[in-house]
Design a protein around this ligand. Structure first.
Ligand code: T3D
Length: 264
């Protein structure tokens, strides 16, 4: 479902979701989570969509929570219900991104701050514009990193570097994000969306079920022991080996031709 503030366009098996509040650097008020969740749900269900790209309109990827829409800060000791808000909006969004068994690529076109950084981290891969920056921002305003940042960031760059980024809220350049593997690729600003879409389109031509099961398995591997994972891999392999794409992949190999995967 496309709306003015969450725009969706599809081509070559890739759904591109654009966060479209450029005047606020694509900062979100809470209700926009529902619209983004709807767009993701639709892309997940649509068999023609085999990969997703998420990007921002204008000069930012996303500046996190819309601080101007945060409402009155209550007197000390009273709750403003941020826990409930996170559990009902941000958390389901992050879990959905991780459970969609299709590649999701963030085209980080500019600054990714606060929950905008977290959103990029929850995607599978990040293609960043050379002008893009990443800042955790939360500690700077007296909050803690949320939306999965405390889960994904230590995994990607280690606890020490993650803590340093959190405590300083300093801005990390795209180039500096490349070396530790926080971003997959850094490209000129003008080609960041096309670059992410090309990467997504290449994945969309892949053996879709196997790609999705691989995402599921890798996520599981983050919290499982080796024995459990070996067993889980065997289960996933059984599922993959029953697909049309597996038959096509082996036939293409034997016939020395490129495979024509359908995602089935
Ligand atoms: O609700 C909850 O449960 C809490 C959850 C919180 C999750 C979070 O995301 S907390 C972290 C929130 N985000 C931030 O703290 C980042 C705030 N923004 C910035 O630090 C800077 O704007 C940037 C580093 C992102 C970019 O700096 P710069 O110099 O390039 O741009 P700017 O001039 O600061 O911003 C341009 C406009 O965007 C400006 O509007 P104006 O004054 O021209 O009308 C600015 O106010 C607006 N903007 C930027 N970030 C936000 C924002 N408006 C609302 N909310 C924002 N987060």
């Amino acid at each position: 479902m496309a709306t003015e503030e969450i725009a969706v366009a599809s081509a070559e098996g890739v759904a591109t979701i654009t966060l479209n509040r450029p005047d606020a650097l694509n900062a979100f008020p809470p209700q926009l989570h529902r619209e983004l969740a709807d767009a993701l749900k639709q892309a997940e269900r649509d068999a023609a969509v085999r990969a997703l790209v998420i990007t921002g309109a204008g000069r930012a990827f996303r500046a996190g929570q819309d601080l101007k829409a945060l409402g009155e800060i209550p007197p000390l000791g009273e709750s403003m219900g941020l826990d409930r808000l996170l559990r009902s909006t941000y958390n389901p969004l992050i879990l959905r991104l991780r459970s969609i068994e299709k590649p999701i690529i963030a085209a980080v076109n500019g600054v990714a701050a606060g929950a905008g950084f977290s959103l990029a981290l929850a995607c599978d891969l990040r293609v960043a514009a050379d002008s893009a920056t990443f800042t955790l921002a939360f500690n700077r305003i007296g909050l803690v990193p949320d939306s999965g940042a405390m889960y994904f960031l230590p995994q990607l760059i280690g606890v020490g570097r993650a803590l340093e980024l959190a405590w300083t809220s300093r801005s990390l350049s795209a180039q500096d994000a490349l070396a530790p593997g926080l971003v997959t690729r850094v490209v000129p600003r003008d080609s960041v969306l096309a670059g992410a879409q090309a990467l997504a389109a290449a994945r969309a031509r892949g053996a879709g079920k196997a790609l999705g099961l691989t995402k599921r398995g890798m996520s599981r591997g983050l919290t499982a022991d080796l024995e459990t994972m070996l067993d889980y891999e065997a289960d996933l392999q059984e599922v993959a080996s029953r697909t049309t794409d597996f038959r096509e992949g082996v036939a293409a190999f034997k016939e020395k031709r490129p495979p024509g995967f359908t995602g089935a």
